[in-house]
Design a binder for this molecule. Sequence first.
Ligand SMILES: Cc1ncc(COP(=O)(O)O)c(C=O)c1O
Length: 455
Amino acid sequence: MLKISERMSEPTLDSMTFLNEVVGRYPKAISFAPGRPTPELFGVEKSLGLLRKHAPAILGRPDIRSEEALNEIAQYGRTNGIVHHHVARQLLQDEGLDLDSDQLVITNGCQEAMLLLLLTLFTPPRDVLLATEPVYLGITAAARLLGIEVVPIRLRPDGPDLDELAAAAQLLRKQGKVPRALYTIPDFDNPSGYTTSLETRHDLCFLARHNNLLLLEDTPYRMLRFESEPLPLLKTIDPEQVVLLGSYSKTIFPGLRLGFLSGDVEVSLAGRVVPLSQVVSKAKSLTSINTSPLMQATLASVLIENDHSLTSHAVMLSAHYREKRDALLVAMERHFSEDPKAPPGVCWNRPEGGFFVTVHVPFEFTMSLVEECAATAGVIIAPMSLFTFSTAHYRAIRLSFSAVALADIDEGVARLASFVQDRQAQSGRAADTAYRAASIHRRPAFARSEVDASM
Ligand SMILES: Cc1ncc(COP(=O)(O)O)c(C=O)c1O
């Protein structure tokens, strides 16, 4: 029998599959699990129609016929992409970010951008990736697959814990390792929904520079803002220390498979200083040759049609997701605070954008409880333990409001509240039994720890 690489048994690779299987097994359950955008907002047909209209403009050659332009687009293309000028113009308009378009790398979704960075920046086992935790598994599972060590840095509601980051960097260096980069999602993080505060953004950039640590700034939800003013990108605060990662999956649609990375930071390759984009290009020529030029052209035609700004489109999307966020928060208040039967000890955050809310519960929401919750209460959630790699003991869950129907939100939360209440009653009874049994056997210390653990 062929023995496959040990790395393929990495547990993080299986946990998402398990969650998808639960979703598949209980099709009638109300699901707050997938972090997917709402398909009614995609406008696919309109986007595809724009391609023919704008084909010459996409190539910057208004003098040629549409058919000629389309044939050119459909050819093998430049490894780092053919629509980099259009993406750079959009970033300038929407973010005020003036990037050298030649250093932008257009990727097959943000996922490929992450993989390319792991492949090019890290030499395992010496180089270590730091990542805020809980974390989007797309990066940490990929790192593990490549044999790259990952060190978690606690994510607080106002951003990464900087004391922990400084201590981790110091400890790694003492061990002869190199803390190479920190992965972070400053705006409306997946999974937590947290946003890094202005102060923490500045302090993080300062700390990163001081420790020669690159910041990998992932921004897929940034334009989906529901309230307050946008905070500056880390890339704007310290352009030389930050690699910006972007995705059009949430602002246009995921089937485009389009993202990008800013490859303008300087790196040293065999004693020569070169832009990161040049090194990434070598790796990309082997991972995908290039990103589908037809899909790139579709993106560019949407950008051209919108005068290279997605701001007003994002305002429309944000209004939709804000309505769902508000419905979820109202339902949480109703079923977890106001209801006299509401289970105590549950609290949650109010995300200012994105798709996700963190809910703290008074017990560990294990994977087997996820299945039980789907089977008995008819509601599916994602446990926070799914997004961790240092510990599975997380008394929190992620509720995603993006893909659930507005009309189902209240009922879904009511079902969750009744499951949490039953679960607490059960653990209360279990604790009570354990306490009495322990008292009978005269082991009060053991009994106390049992009670604490189950609360
Ligand atoms: C934080 C984060 N980064 C990256 C991705 C992947 O993006 P893409 O669809 O562009 O590959 C996702 C997808 O949900 C995500 O949540």
